[in-house]
Design a protein around this ligand. Structure first.
Ligand code: UDP
Length: 474
């Protein structure tokens, strides 16, 4: 694989980076050269530590995302970032190929040290950026699509045009969100309208859905044009969805959860500074006594929702560790919410951090359950550690994922669409105390660990993918 040089290019937000970085590590393990492409903004945030790669066959490069420095970027609006990347970032992406295609480019921008990269042979780009796939192919480099969401949500987006044809989309105004959904193959028995991604819902009083649905559905269909689709999931989690996706792709590789295969590199691309102090705090707590609360990297909630969560969790009496990003609650001043949370918990019973080393937290013996937005990375991380989940999905694939948690895998509970203190209290208590849920979570963890172990389905698929990339690179 020495001659293979793969460009790995995620959508520049934390969850996508976290999924694709361990993939880069797996390619390195297989002997490939890897250029990992950030945006300038993110590379600055990640800092120097990450830009000095641990292997001479890995380098981090960047292109501008086209937004002004003070833009909030993804928080609350991925559309703006998407548009700017497509219009501005893509021009610089195309220009970058001139140097990537020339033999012997140095292993860091501007550096002229001993190790030189072979010419680029393959691109693995985030499937939400179809233009990145098209440009690579136009310039003669074979391109694969990588989607960082669950297979089940990908299938839901693939099925959207069919739902429009059936007349089921947009859902009728004032219609019942508990109606079963037809037209998403393999999921008719348990998927309700409310379990489809939130963009499927009617937008306010309009006659249409959220425009982002059309964008994501189109990007999903476009993955069928790439040389292959790569998904960060495991057969034991999503066998049926994978079987329905495969015939619509040129090839399909399900190789996850990737973080469970190559964890070493993943720590180096955090966009926030991790507060390790919470691990020492967890050391002082009893086994399975702590509720870990995190809604991911860009969910934004209202002050009312914050209050309901806080009151509900505090009422359980369990100690809690809460990730409260400074930009997480609309129109709130830094510090005020932090104090409110500490006061509600009582002495020593809470720890509030701006960003946690989540994978280490979930692995800690003191964590009893995870109150999460059910982003796909967070879901996989909880699944691998066998931690029961309480899901409060917010947008994108989270609504589908949380339905799987509550109704298919049964490793947690789904609080979808309800944010009331009484419900929060009841649901968290049940997730902390139910033997049935804990047993299901642990059994699922065992299945997934088998998938990623040598000879397991994900490990075997990863080997097949390495061979596929080797052939494309020959
Ligand atoms: N994460 C973290 N520390 C935190 C909160 C989140 O390291 O305090 C990581 C988490 O482990 C996961 C990612 O951020 O890998 C969030 O991705 P996910 O798909 O769950 O949600 P998103 O942020 O994309 O909504």
């Amino acid at each position: 694989m020495e001659a293979a040089h793969v460009l790995v290019f995620p959508v520049p937000v934390q969850g996508h980076i976290n999924a694709m970085l361990p993939f880069a590590a797996a390619l390195l393990d297989a002997g490939a050269h890897v250029t990992f492409l950030h945006t300038d903004h993110n590379l600055r945030r990640v800092g120097r530590a990450a830009s000095v790669a641990s292997s001479p066959r890995l380098r981090f490069l960047s292109i501008p995302d086209g937004l002004p420095d003070d833009s909030r970027r993804s928080v609350g609006d991925l559309g703006e970032l998407d548009r700017s990347l497509r219009e501005v970032g893509s021009v610089r992406y195309r220009a970058l190929f001139a140097s990537l295609l020339s033999a012997g480019s140095p292993n860091r921008a501007g550096a002229d040290d001993e190790h030189r990269f072979p010419p680029l042979t393959c691109v693995v780009a985030d499937g939400l950026m179809p233009w990145a796939i098209d440009i690579a192919e136009e310039l003669g480099v074979p391109a694969l699509a990588f989607r960082t969401s669950s297979a089940c949500s990908f299938l839901a987006f693939m099925s959207a045009p069919g739902l429009f044809e059936l007349g089921d989309l947009p859902f009728p105004a004032g219609g019942d969100l508990d109606e079963p959904v037809r037209g998403v193959p393999g999921m008719e028995s348990f998927l309700r309208r409310r379990d489809l991604p939130s963009s499927f819902r009617r937008r306010g009083d309009t006659d249409d859905v959220d425009p982002s649905l059309h964008v994501v559905a189109k990007a999903s269909a476009h993955c069928g044009k790439a040389r292959a689709l790569v998904l960060n999931t495991a057969a034991s989690l999503e066998r049926s969805a994978l079987a329905h996706i495969a015939p619509r792709m040129r090839d399909l590789f399900s190789i996850g959860p990737l973080h469970a295969m190559s964890p070493a590199l993943a720590a180096s691309c955090s966009l926030w500074r991790e507060d390790d102090g919470c691990l020492a705090w967890l050391d002082g707590q009893a086994d399975r006594s702590v509720v870990y609360v995190s809604l991911g990297s860009f969910t934004v909630i209202s002050r009312e929702q914050f209050k309901e969560f806080l009151s509900g969790i505090a009422a359980t009496g369990y100690p809690f560790l809460w990730v409260l990003r400074p930009d997480m609650v609309w129109a709130s001043q830094d510090g005020v919410l932090h104090e409110a949370a500490m006061a509600a918990a009582g002495d020593g019973k809470a720890r509030i951090v701006a960003w946690a080393p989540q994978r280490d937290v979930l692995r800690h013996r003191a964590v009893g359950c995870f109150l999460t937005h059910a982003g796909w990375n967070s879901t996989l991380e909880a699944v691998v550690e066998g931690v029961p989940m309480v899901c409060w999905p917010f947008f994108a694939d989270q609504h589908v994922n949380s339905r799987f948690v509550g109704a298919v895998w049964r490793n947690g509970l789904d609080m979808k669409d309800v944010c009331e203190r009484g419900v929060v209290e009841r649901t968290v208590r049940e997730a902390m105390e139910s033997d049935e849920i804990r047993r299901a979570a642990q059994a699922l963890a065992q299945l997934v660990k088998r998938d990623v172990a040598a000879g397991g389905s994900s490990a075997t698929e990863l080997e097949r993918l390495v061979g596929f990339i080797r052939e494309l690179s020959a």
